[in-house]
Every structure is written in structure tokens, then in C-alpha cells.
Design a binder for this molecule. Structure first.
Ligand SMILES: [Zn+2]
Length: 234
């Protein structure tokens, strides 16, 4: 299968669904990552958005090596993502590029606006993927992928419907997250917990809920005439 993980920022994929992607990789599936923004405001160590984007994209490419993933950067501005014809077109292109059987994306009710808008756009273009008259650059695809939402930031307002046991890949997930070095300086100054702390707490909590040591939780996208296939999760 082709698995597409879409995120708003570099590090979203590693934090929220990195373990699940590693499970898919173990099973021999092809992994694709698309990011709507390059997190180009997520640092105070650089003087321009372009510099930050460059650093964060490089960090994302390093992390992606652990998933064996191909990466597509859509390069909209961090902390200001909006649902527009331009962002929709870019997201449709990314989905068609990956030709996915499964899509994992941010939760549309996530308190982070970039996360919520990314989840909302993906949900709303699902019915556009096969349409040849939809404004896009990539040709339509015939597949009807299953769409699952990964957790909101630190799980606020997010109740999983299904869990993936990531215990045996948890150490590699941590390693992938440590590639996002610029975010350690940022989180240490602006947050009460560092990235690895957040990972340990949230993944262990989901594991506790599900009867595993570490887990990631997901919810399914549903719309009339469309039922996601839970059996496609690893
Ligand atoms: Zn994020």
C-alpha cells in the first residue's frame, strides 16, 4: 500500500503518527509525507522565515529517512494557514502525488489553527480526488483512500476510536523526533515540557488506555457513502 501522512508542521508526523508509520514501514508499505507549512515561524534563532523553513525542511528530510519516506513541502506560511482555493489545490496535488490507500492527518478540531485547517482541507477534498474537472495539476487517482485523524496537540479534545500498538518501534520514533533539533530550543523556552517529555507522556497514556506500553490513537473520517477500512491500520 501507499501511506500518506499529512501534517501542518515539521515534527507533527513524528509526534502524532511516527510510530504508526514505522509499523507500516516494517510491513513493507511505501511511505509519503506532505507538510502544508514548513514551520517557518517556529524559531527565534534566525532572522527570516526563509532561513527557518530551510532549517526545518532539512530536519524533516533527516527524520523522513527513518521512515524511508518521500517528502513534499507545500510551503504555506506557518501560523496562518487558511482554507483557500490555492491551499486546496496544493493539498489535492499532494494526495494525487502519493496515490495513497491510507491518509493520516491532523484532527480538524485541534486547538492549533494550522493543524485544524490542514485536517479540514484534507477532509473536504476527499470527494474531489477522483474528479477530472477539479482544479489541480496532478491527474485524478482512482483510489478511495481511508482517512484517519491522528491526535490533537497533547491530545486536547481528542478521543481515539482505534489505537495502534507502537511499543516495538517507540525508540525509533523518538530518534526520528530528535532530528527536529530547532524545536528543542523553541519548546524549552516557550513550553513547560520538552518534545520528548510530551511524547513519553502522551504515548504512554494512549498505551494505558489501549492495554499496550506505548500507543497512538486515531479517529476515522466519515461521510455519506464512504466508510474507512480500519483493517488497513497496522
Ligand atoms: Zn504542529
Amino acid at each position: 500500500m501507499n501511506i500518506l501522512a499529512i501534517g501542518a508542521h515539521p515534527d507533527d508526523i513524528e509526534v502524532f503518527c511516527g510510530g504508526t508509520l514505522l509499523k507500516y514501514k516494517q510491513q513493507g508499505h511505501d511511505i509519503f509525507i506532505a507538510l502544508t507549512t514548513s514551520g517557518n515561524i517556529g524559531s527565534n534563532e534566525y532572522d527570516s522565515r526563509e532561513e527557518i523553513a530551510q532549517v526545518r525542511e532539512q530536519e524533516q528530510l533527516e527524520a523522513a529517512k527513518l521512515f524511508g519516506a518521500e517528502v513534499k513541502f507545500l510551503r504555506f506560511d506557518d501560523q496562518g494557514l487558511q482554507d483557500t482555493p490555492e491551499t486546496r489545490r496544493a493539498v489535492i496535488n499532494a494526495i494525487r502525488w502519493a496515490n495513497p490507500d491510507v491518509i493520516l492527518v491532523n484532527y480538524p478540531q485541534d486547538p492549533s489553527t494550522d493543524h485544524a485547517v490542514t485536517g479540514k482541507i484534507v477532509s473536504e477534498v476527499m470527494l474531489s480526488i477522483p474528479g477530472k474537472l477539479i482544479p489541480a495539476d496532478e491527474p485524478p487517482i482512482a483510489k478511495n483512500p481511508s482517512l484517519f485523524y491522528y491526535a490533537s496537540a497533547v491530545g486536547i479534545g481528542f478521543e481515539p476510536e482505534v489505537y495502534v500498538d507502537i511499543t516495538d518501534v517507540y525508540e525509533i520514533k523518538k530518534e526520528a523526533l530528535t532530528m527536529h533539533k530547532s524545536q528543542y530550543a523553541w519548546m524549552d523556552v516557550y513550553q513547560t515540557h520538552g518534545l520528548l517529555d510530551i511524547l513519553e507522556i502522551t504515548d504512554k497514556f494512549r498505551g494505558l488506555q489501549a492495554g499496550f506500553v506505548y500507543a497512538e490513537g486515531f479517529r476515522a473520517f466519515r461521510i455519506h457513502g464512504y466508510m474507512p477500512n480500519f483493517k488497513l491500520l497496522p
